[in-house]
Structures are given as C-alpha cells and as structure tokens.
Design a protein around this ligand. Structure first.
Ligand SMILES: NC(=O)c1ccc[n+]([C@@H]2O[C@H](COP(=O)([O-])OP(=O)(O)OC[C@H]3O[C@@H](n4cnc5c(N)ncnc54)[C@H](OP(=O)(O)O)[C@@H]3O)[C@@H](O)[C@H]2O)c1
Length: 272
C-alpha cells in the first residue's frame, strides 16, 4: 500500500516542494493550506489531495485531519512545516504579532500533533517531522528574538515529547533549515515598527539589508532540505535533529565551541 504524508503550509516554498517531491515518489499527499482556492499547481497531481488548514485554528485542524484520514485511511508521516517570522525590536512589537508568532510556529504544531495522536496510537505508530530552523538551536541576527523564541520553543516541545511518544512507536524529527531559496518567508516577515522610537533603527536597518542582500547563491537549495525530509520519512536517516546548510553548521559549531558570552559578541560584531 502506498504511504501517505500530510504537510502543513503547502501553498509555497518548502511545503509545496515537499508535496510535489513525495507525489512524484508515488506517495499519497495530503497538502494543507490556508487558501486552497488559490492553488493551481498541486491540483495537477492525482495523488495529492488539498485540505483547508490554518494551523492556529484548532477546529479547522481537527476537521482537516479527519478529512485526510477519511480520504487516505492511514497517514504515515506528518510534516509540521507552516511557519512565519516576526522581526524587529521586541519593544516595538504589537501585542497581537507577539501572540501570532507563537500561535503559528508553536501552537500550530501542538494543534496538529494533538489531532493526529489518536490516529497514530490506533495505528501503532507514525512520524512527525518538524521544520525548525538554525534559529531554533542558536541565535544568529539581532531583532530576531520572537522568531528565535518560537523555534527554540518548537525544539523544546519536540524534545520533551520524545519520552512519552517513543514508547508508542511515534517518531519525532526536527529539521533545522538554513535560509533557503524559492520561498516567501522573507516577504511575509512581520516587521515590528514604531515611528516614535528611533533607538533600534540602525540595527534593524542592518538586519533588513542582510535579508534583502541574500542572493540565491548564498541560500540553501531547498531540494537539499526535501532530500533530508525524504531520508527521514523513509527511515534512511534516523537522526532526531537534522541541521541543513553549511552556514548553519558553521554557526552551530562556533556556538558549541566557545563560551556563550564570546559567541554573542561574535554575532553582534557582524552587525556593527
Ligand atoms: N525560508 C527560510 O529562510 C527559512 C529558514 C529557516 C526556517 N524556515 C522555516 O521553514 C518553514 C517553511 O517556510 P518557507 O521557507 O517555505 O517559507 P514560505 O514560503 O513563507 O512558507 C510558509 C508556509 O507556511 C504557511 N503558513 C503561514 N501561516 C500559516 C497558518 N497560520 N496556517 C497554515 N499555514 C500557514 C504559508 O501559507 P500562506 O501562503 O497562507 O501564507 C506557507 O505555505 C517555516 O516553518 C519556516 O519558519 C524558513
């Protein structure tokens, strides 16, 4: 029987590429997104079914999970991919944007995992692959505290869950991706701003410039990330954490090799 993968945030970027990749491998794909009516690419594949899903909406998550199980009988792998970034000084953030960062990147995976656990327990197992970031294991840029918070929280959630799900044969994986090309992530960033406070302008401008100047030659090829997802989904790799991208690997190696005070100053020096 063909295996089935369920993916959140399949409207663009890594989620869409993963959906197409697994469809071409012959898997069934439950591709979920907030606005299925706009989708024109995934609809071309007979083994992809599209479901409406905003990960922050608990009822919608439950309904989409029920519909996907009804359509495919069995889901083998769930990819918690949907995510977004809020950048800019914490002091300048709108209250709702702080909550939204948490709602999408942390509460979202919680909602999806909780909705799938009865199915996985009934099946005697299953796998959750969670798309985190280099920013989930280290800090790398100023004004990224909220995004760091969300991905560090995701890492803690998944690591903490290991102990209760492993005995049930439910596998957890984390993929820490580097900045990659072919997605809408930077365009969708919510920037915290307040015209009356200028103290963060200089550092924020440097971070914005860094994002704007990230040409595709410095970004990770997203196919490399999809290949890692395939290796995890098929069991070819059994790594709990998969860090993708040379610059992520370098930064994490640096973080692990020097005292944290030295690391923080080294990162800061890149933005002086
Ligand atoms: N791109 C990078 O540089 C980078 C680096 C490290 C980690 N990541 C992580 O990689 C993952 C995939 O992002 P990407 O790079 O492929 O960027 P992307 O093209 O912006 O994709 C993000 C996806 O998440 C969806 N999404 C956002 N809010 C949602 C919600 N409330 N409910 C359901 N779906 C929602 C978006 O849907 P809409 O089309 O409806 O907005 C989109 O499909 C994210 O978890 C991101 O944090 C990205």
């Amino acid at each position: 029987m063909n295996k089935t993968i369920f993916i959140t945030g399949a409207s663009s970027g890594l989620g869409k590429l993963t959906a197409i990749h697994f469809a071409k491998m012959g898997w069934n794909v439950a591709a979920t997104m907030r606005t299925p009516d706009k989708e024109t690419e995934l609809t071309k594949y007979s083994n992809i079914k599209i479901f409406k899903l905003d990960v922050t909406n608990v009822q919608q998550v439950r309904t989409a999970v029920e519909q996907a199980i009804a359509a495919f009988s069995r889901i083998d792998v769930v990819v918690n991919n949907a995510g977004m970034g809020t950048y800019g000084a914490l002091e300048l953030a709108d209250e709702e944007d702080i909550d939204w960062q948490f709602a999408v990147n942390v509460r979202g995976p919680i909602n999806v995992i909780r909705a799938f656990l009865p199915h996985y327990r009934a099946n005697g197992g299953g796998m959750f692959i969670n798309i985190s970031s280099m920013m989930g294991v280290t800090t790398a840029v100023p004004t990224g505290s909220l995004y760091n918070m969300s991905k560090f929280a995701l890492e803690g959630l998944i690591e903490g869950l290991y102990y209760e799900l492993k005995p049930l044969n439910i596998e957890l994986r984390l993929v820490e991706q580097d900045g990659s090309s072919g997605n809408n992530f930077v365009n969708n960033v919510i920037w915290n701003t307040n015209e009356d406070i200028k103290d963060y302008d200089a550092i924020t401008a440097k971070v914005k410039r860094m994002f704007e100047n990230m040409d595709s030659s410095r970004l990770e090829d997203p196919q490399n990330i999809v290949d890692e997802i395939e290796a995890l989904a098929t069991g070819a790799s059994q790594q709990f954490r998969t860090l993708v991208g040379q610059s992520s690997k370098n930064l994490v190696a640096l973080r692990n090799s020097v005292p944290i005070e030295e690391y923080l100053e080294k990162v800061m020096a890149n933005f002086k």
